[in-house]
Design a protein around this ligand. Structure first.
Ligand SMILES: Cc1cc2nc3c(=O)[nH]c(=O)nc-3n(C[C@H](O)[C@H](O)[C@H](O)COP(=O)(O)OP(=O)(O)OC[C@H]3O[C@@H](n4cnc5c(N)ncnc54)[C@H](O)[C@@H]3O)c2cc1C
Ligand code: SF4
Length: 520
């Protein structure tokens, strides 16, 4: 059996970033990734193939709590879901690390403070080349340094909306984005500012994803090895159950075994929980490191909506995801509870709309809708409920049980956005009748967003100080297994209401420092 110093399972935001952090130590590191490299091909940017036919999505079938089939919108590839993400790289708010009272209950405190993660947020922003402007976002927490790259500019339609919202007293701001765009010298820019970014792999490798910025640089170190198509089936422990001794892998139809002093699981919040549950043994009858019975529980994925605001005026924006509004993140005078975050998805096109467009007024064809819509993405926090969980059926397949909660804040956020759009200044062509309304669009091929849309999955192997209520300690080491760590989105005790990837990346860098010290 081949032996390494460290095995990392999964190469996404968590695992890929950790590999980059540990590569210079010279320690022997093995990356096990069930997916392959995403092939560079024209289909990378084809909305029909990517959004309608799901060319790069897993074909795996999971089940929901009623036993109905679920086709998860997730990707197995080198770089994980960062190959497809919209690269909006937000810090959680300082308050998200404390206890927060919501309309639907309490969002629990984290075992570390914002200040403890802050230096790693800065490193994460630099590593992922985040483009942004400090000081615009009214809820932004303290940062110890500037962004290294200027914010991505708004195109004219988005700039007009920004000015309109500002004139109504809001503080719209530029989304911090991980795209390698150089607007001062476009000929030298890797990013060409295209319309197929959010949800698509980047054909010209200009998106700040974990493959391009972390895994590939890590592989230039001779001590780092990557195996693709390497599905980790289970982890086996010593007789005492205190350490992982064997990582059992299925690759090209064959069973293989690997061993390491340290084993880091980073397979995404759903697959990591499933892996620990599959690894139950005599010492860990409820699943590996699961004496607390929290593994798989408290699944969160945000309450998300895609809302199309239709105007008579066209929206010719190419790269739309540059504007966000956080004024209602913690609530408003009318609704004194957190509501969430407003930003944009990539510009919707007719092909993508054909897979879930709302039926609206006659005459609005898909093409017309696509040309005239502003496509908002609204995120609110869902709360950790132990009954919302990942479990396994009798054949070992994933079952995802989820009942949405804390939805009132999201409803209020939609109402608030609608009110601000209604109150927009009149347009020079259509006057006050330019805005036609706000329509909900189901992004996920006719399925409800919260379940198949597992893009923001987190919370299933929570970290904490008390081994009775958490599976991981503050360093993301399993309380019960001395050489087992988890660094993907599983560790979150609460989900906050901004996108998760930067927090996963920052935490992987934090755990990386701990592991470097441990490895000596
Ligand atoms: C369309 C889309 C848009 C998004 N936009 C944003 C955004 O704008 N901003 C943001 O912050 N977040 C965004 N996200 C979410 C973001 O991509 C995830 O939060 C992040 O990638 C999660 O990191 P992770 O390390 O937890 O898991 P992943 O990145 O999913 O990585 C897990 C890896 O583990 C591998 N794996 C799984 N099981 C096994 C196994 N048994 N054996 C071996 N390998 C395994 C997978 O193949 C994968 O490579 C988006 C996601 C999607 C899908
Ligand atoms: S070129 Fe730029 S905008 Fe287009 S997919 Fe790549 S990173 Fe995104």
């Amino acid at each position: 059996m081949d032996r390494f110093d460290v095995i990392i399972i999964g190469t996404g935001a968590g695992g890929g970033t950790l590999a980059h952090a540990l590569a210079p130590t010279g320690k022997r590191i093995l990356l096990l990734e069930r997916g392959d490299f995403i092939r560079r091909e024209k289909a990378n940017w084809d909305p029909r193939q990517v959004n309608v036919e799901g060319r790069y999505q897993t074909k795996e079938v999971w089940h929901d709590r009623e036993g109905k089939s679920l086709h998860p919108h997730t990707n197995y590839a080198v770089g994980g879901n960062t190959k497809f993400y919209g690269a909006a790289l937000f810090r959680f708010r300082k308050e998200d690390f404390g206890e927060l009272r919501h309309h639907g209950g309490v969002s629990p405190a984290w075992p570390i403070t914002y200040e403890e993660l802050e230096p790693y947020y800065l490193k994460a922003e630099h590593l992922y080349q985040v483009h942004g402007t400090r000081g615009e976002d009214p809820t932004e927490p303290h940062a110890s340094g500037p962004y290294r790259h200027p914010a991505v500019s708004h195109e004219p339609r988005i700039q007009a909306l920004s000015e309109d919202l500002a004139s109504q007293g809001l503080k719209p701001f530029h989304v911090p984005l991980g795209v390698q765009l150089n607007e001062r010298d476009p000929r030298a820019s890797s990013c060409i500012r295209c319309e197929t970014c959010d949800g698509f792999p980047c054909l010209v490798r200009a998106k700040s994803d974990a493959e391009v910025l972390c895994v590939e640089p890590a592989l230039r170190h001779p001590n780092v090895t990557l195996l693709t198509g390497a599905y980790v089936e289970r982890l086996e422990t010593s007789a005492s159950g205190r350490e992982v001794t064997t990582v059992v892998v299925k690759r090209e139809g064959r069973a293989e075994q690997y061993a390491a002093d340290l084993v880091v699981v980073s397979a995404g919040a759903i697959n990591s929980a499933a892996l620990l549950l599959r690894s139950a043994n005599d010492r860990h009858p409820g699943g590996l490191a699961n004496g607390s019975d929290v593994v798989g529980r408290h699944y969160m994925g945000h309450i998300n909506s895609v809302l199309m605001a239709l105007s008579k005026c066209p929206n010719p924006t190419v790269f739309q995801k540059t504007l966000a509004v956080n004024d209602f993140y913690f609530g408003s005078d009318q609704f004194p509870y957190p509501m969430g975050h407003i930003s944009f998805v990539g510009k919707l096109d007719a092909a993508t709309l054909s897979a879930g467009a709302p039926a609206i007024a006659p005459g609005w064809t898909l093409e017309l809708m696509a040309r005239h819509s502003l496509d908002f993405w609204l995120t609110s926090e869902d709360l950790p409920d132990p009954e919302n969980r990942v479990s396994l059926d009798a054949e070992g397949n994933i079952v995802l049980s989820y009942r949405p909660n804390n939805q009132e804040g999201h409803r209020q956020l939609i109402k608030t956005l609608e009110a601000f759009l209604q109150a927009q200044g009149s347009c020079p062509v259509h006057g006050k009748s330019c805005h036609q309304g706000l329509f909900s669009r189901n992004l996920f091929l006719g399925q409800r967003i919260p379940l198949a849309g597992v893009a923001h999955q987190n919370g299933t192997i929570r970290f904490g100080r008390d081994p009775r209520t958490s599976a991981l300690d503050v360093n993301c080491r399993a309380h019960e297994v001395e050489n087992l760590y988890v660094v993907d989105g599983s560790f979150f005790p609460s989900s906050a209401a901004v996108n998760p990837a930067l927090t996963i990346i920052a935490n992987a860098l934090r755990v990386g420092d701990h592991l470097k010290a441990r490895l000596g």
